[in-house]
Design a protein. Structure first.
Length: 407
C-alpha cells in the first residue's frame, strides 16, 4: 500500500509530463491507486478498488493490454516545454532537463506496475484482472525520439499526418482518404513535378507554392493527398484549409514555424469572385506579408480555372478609373504561385492506359477489348474521359454492379 501511495504522489507531482494526467487510461490508473490506498478491510472500499481496477484494465485492453508500451507511447507523444524547445533549437534549461530525467525514471518504474500488490490485499481483491508489462528503457527511447523529432514530430503531429482547421485550431483526420502513389495512373510527368517540389520542402531547400489546375476528375486533389501520404514518414503533414478559412492561415503559419516538421497547406477547388475578401488573404500569403510564410510551409491549391478570379464582361466594362490595373491584378493571382501544373482531360490512349492499370490493380479479369469498349461507353455516359471516370468504372466492375458480360 505504501508503494502505491508513493506512485500516486509521484504521478501527481509530474511537471514536464503533466499532460499525462489527462490521458484516459492513466487517469483510470490514478483512480485505481487512490482506491487501493484506502482501507481494504472495509467492504465498500474493496468494491471501489475492484471497480477501479476493472475500469483501468478495460481501458487498457482497448489499447492492446500492454501497460508498459502504452505508457511509453504516451510519453513519446507528449507535447511539453522541453520537446518544444528542442524542436525550435533553443538552448536547454538545466532545471527543466533535470526534472525531465527524474520523471523519465519514475515513469519507467510506473510502467512496471502490474497490479500484483493489489492481489495480495485481503477481501475480494484476489481475482482482479491482469495486464502485460515489459522492461523498457524510457530514457534511451526518449533521447532517440528527440534525435528523430524532425521526422516523427511530437504531440498530435506524431499521431496523425492529415489535419483540417476548425475554429482556428488544427483537428486531426483520423481516417484520411489517401490513395498510395502507385494507385494513380497517368500524369506521371505532372506528378513528378509535385514530388520534386515536395522533396525540396522536406530537405529544407527552397520550395514553391503550387497550383494544380485543369479539368474536373483528372486527379489534382488525389495527387496532392497521395504525395503527402508518401512523404508522411519523412516528416510531412497535410493541412486542408477551406477558402473561407484563408484569413486564419497567418496565425497557423506562426504556430507551425517553430515546428521541425514540414507542412502543406492544401486548398481544394480554389476560385474567387472579384469582390471576394478571401482574395486579399491568399494574395498576402503567396506574396509574403511582414511575417512571411515559414520555410517549412508551402501552399498547394487545386482549381478547375486557370485564372482563379471569376471575371464577367461587366467587370471589364466597369467605371473604375484604373480598370485595366484592377483586371490585371485579378487575373494574375495564379501567377503568384511559383509552380503551376496543368492536368488536362486525357485522350483515348491515356484513358485506356489508366483503365488497364486500374483493372490490374483491382484484379478485374476481363478481355482487354471488352474492358476498353465498356470503359469508353461508361465515360460517354459520365461526361467524358477522366481518371475519376476510369476509377469509378473499374470499382463498379469489381463490385459486380456493372457486370463483365453486359449491363
Amino acid at each position: 500500500m505504501e508503494e502505491m501511495k508513493e506512485l500516486r504522489l509521484r504521478l501527481h507531482g509530474l511537471t514536464v509530463f503533466r499532460t499525462l494526467l489527462q490521458d484516459p487510461v492513466i487517469a483510470r490508473l490514478d483512480t485505481l491507486l487512490a482506491a487501493a490506498c484506502a482501507d481494504a478491510s472495509d467492504t465498500e472500499n474493496a468494491v471501489k478498488a475492484a471497480d477501479a481496477c476493472g475500469a483501468f484494465a478495460a481501458a487498457l485492453y482497448e489499447a492492446g493490454g500492454d501497460w508498459s508500451g502504452y505508457l511509453l507511447d504516451a510519453v513519446l507523444r507528449s507535447e511539453n516545454l522541453h520537446v518544444r524547445r528542442v524542436a525550435a533549437g533553443m538552448p536547454p534549461i538545466a532545471e527543466l532537463t533535470e526534472a525531465l530525467q527524474g520523471e523519465l525514471c519514475f515513469l519507467q518504474r510506473l510502467s512496471a506496475f502490474d497490479g500484483a500488490a493489489l492481489r495480495k490485499l485481503p477481501g475480494v481483491l484476489g481475482a482482479l484482472p491482469r495486464w502485460r508489462t515489459q522492461p523498457l528503457d524510457f530514457r534511451a527511447r526518449y533521447e532517440e525520439h528527440l534525435r528523430t523529432i524532425n521526422r516523427h514530430g511530437y504531440g498530435i503531429y506524431a499521431q496523425y499526418s492529415v489535419f483540417t482547421v476548425r475554429d482556428g485550431a488544427l483537428v486531426p483526420v483520423r481516417r484520411p482518404d489517401i490513395q498510395p502513389l502507385d494507385a494513380l495512373s497517368g500524369y506521371e510527368r505532372e506528378r513528378d513535378l509535385v514530388i520534386a517540389n515536395t522533396r525540396a520542402l522536406i530537405e529544407g531547400r527552397p520550395a514553391a507554392n503550387v497550383l494544380l489546375y485543369g479539368d474536373a476528375g483528372t486527379g489534382k486533389s488525389s495527387t496532392i493527398k497521395a504525395v503527402a501520404g508518401a512523404f508522411a514518414k519523412e516528416g510531412l503533414r497535410l493541412i486542408e484549409v477551406k477558402k473561407n478559412q484563408l484569413y486564419q492561415i497567418p496565425d497557423l503559419v506562426d504556430a507551425l514555424c517553430a515546428n521541425p516538421l514540414k507542412f502543406i497547406l492544401f486548398i481544394d477547388d480554389l476560385s474567387f469572385s472579384a469582390n471576394d475578401d478571401d482574395f486579399a488573404a491568399l494574395k498576402a500569403i503567396l506574396e509574403g506579408s511582414v511575417g512571411g510564410r515559414g520555410a517549412n510551409v508551402a501552399v498547394y491549391a487545386t482549381s478547375n480555372r486557370r485564372h482563379l478570379v471569376k471575371e464577367t464582361f461587366s467587370d471589364r466594362a466597369g467605371d473604375e478609373i484604373h480598370l485595366a490595373d484592377t483586371v490585371q491584378e485579378l487575373m494574375s493571382l495564379s501567377a503568384r504561385f511559383g509552380l503551376t501544373i496543368t492536368f488536362s482531360r486525357p485522350d483515348k490512349e491515356l484513358y485506356s492506359h489508366i483503365v488497364r492499370r486500374l483493372a490490374l490493380l483491382y484484379g478485374v479479369a476481363l478481355p482487354e477489348a471488352e474492358l476498353l469498349q465498356r470503359a469508353e461507353a461508361y465515360a460517354t455516359r459520365s461526361g467524358g474521359r477522366t481518371p475519376r471516370a476510369a476509377r469509378q468504372f473499374v470499382e463498379l466492375l469489381k463490385a459486380e454492379v456493372v457486370q463483365g458480360g453486359g449491363e
